[in-house]
Ligand binder design. Sequence first.
Ligand code: AMP
Length: 546
Amino acid sequence: MYGLMMDYPLTLAQILEHAYRIHADKQVTTLLPNGTLHRYDYATLYGRVKRLANALTELGIQRGDRIATYAANTYQHLELYYAIPCLGAVLHPLNVRLSPTQLAQIVHEAEDKLVFVDSAYIAQFQALRDQIDSISTVYFGLKSEDTDICYEQLLSDAKPTYTWDIRDENSALGLCYTSGTDGEPRGVLYTHRSMFLHTLAANQADVFGLTEADVVLPMVPMFHAMAWGLPYVSMFAGADIVLPGAKPTSIADLIADTGVTVAAGVPTVWAAVYPELRKRKADISKLRRVIVGGEAMPRSLIEAYEKELGVEICHAWGMTEMSPTGTLSKLRAGHQNLSDTEKWRIKAKQGRPIPGVELRLVTETADDFKVLPWDGETIGELQVRSPWTANRYYKIEPTPEHFTTDGWLRTGDIATIDREGYVQIVDRAKSLIRSGGESISSIALETALLKHPYVQEAAVVGVPNEQWGERPVAVVALTPVGAVSNRTDADISDPLKQYLALEFPKFWIPDRFVFVDKIPKTGVGKSDKQTLRKRLLSAETKEKLP
Ligand code: AMP
């Protein structure tokens, strides 16, 4: 028997319409490249989003077309976040930190029809443009040039009214690429329904907990897993939004000047900004909460924020494939009497699944599959399912490496879960190094290195780094060509770095090259990275492995 309730599609248009009708006067503030603040209200944003939808239609954009953005967190990017999906097209934010070669591959795979470029990135965009020159480009913040389309001109020429018409909540809304373990990009294609449900779940009181009284600063880039859903979560809640633009000179000033109450970003950002915030303690008194994820937030930093600044840290774990929120670490009522040390120990865990997310810990071999207990000690692979988790990658047939036959996503994260449901990530089964909240594929670097005439064997491992979380170190055994006796290590590592820089972004290039006679192997003949990591750590900064 079916119930008798409306079949009301869960779409982004409902979020936008609600934000406009109920919170029209709420503010969107953007830090411009010249250091001034641009402000307007939701009503203005709404009017511009409608014009933008008309302009895109005039440009021939149709339902299902993919439209790329190459942009920082700005009001124009926020307008695109709404206009593109609400007219039925697919928003595809490009990670501006990737190399032009990597991005060109992604743009071609996505078959983007148009790319919107932030003028702050215009110089670095040129190298990509050369590789995707068949795709039309629209620039923000620039006057019209002969061949380029100017964003403001587009808006002022467009009709002001537009009626949204997305009937199927399962239509695609956005496409974000994540780095596969092999370095090949993998597209995650969100739907209106998945993002709507993620928006509701992520804003439960025990999750992000944003209210209409909040002023929200997403430091997480809009190209990283849809800015953790914050553009949608914030506007559904009716919170003011502060966008930091391409190059915020002082995040502490921005927080103080705009009265930010909740900010979100990777640990690297919060580690870097901490001394500045400490100096301006009195001016950042409105800041009540920082949401941190993308990589593990060190316990000492959680303690520093909570004890020294009085700012609550909400440590979250997720993945691009999960829209991205999976767990969030908050203390339970029963923890209030614990010692501070014990509280920070719990908060440094990745947290409990948010409502709607199902987790399991699994150990699996070719002929054995076991779901493991939640005892805080047993270690297994974390698997997940939820209404906002991908069930396959864009244009790739689902494989058992990523998705189980009974419908779970393999996260590639190795974890424990305790009796209260707190997840603690202890390792990563996937060959990815996390640096500043971004993934680096060790396999892709190794494959490239092996093509160099100096390199016989290569293993790239992540070692802990205070500033970035992890940094790659390349361990290399040289060929006779590379091992010419009068060459110094720098004579070899410098050309190897330059060689990798042709293909990979700067932050992928290993900080150090360590040369060995032979790379240690595991029983099945793979590079023994655990041993290498241990040896690198014990050798500290020494250039030779013991
Ligand atoms: P991405 O899809 O780029 O957001 O990367 C997702 C991966 O980042 C996860 O599978 C984890 O390996 C890692 N990650 C995300 N959040 C955390 C966290 N709080 N602690 C440790 N690792 C994290």
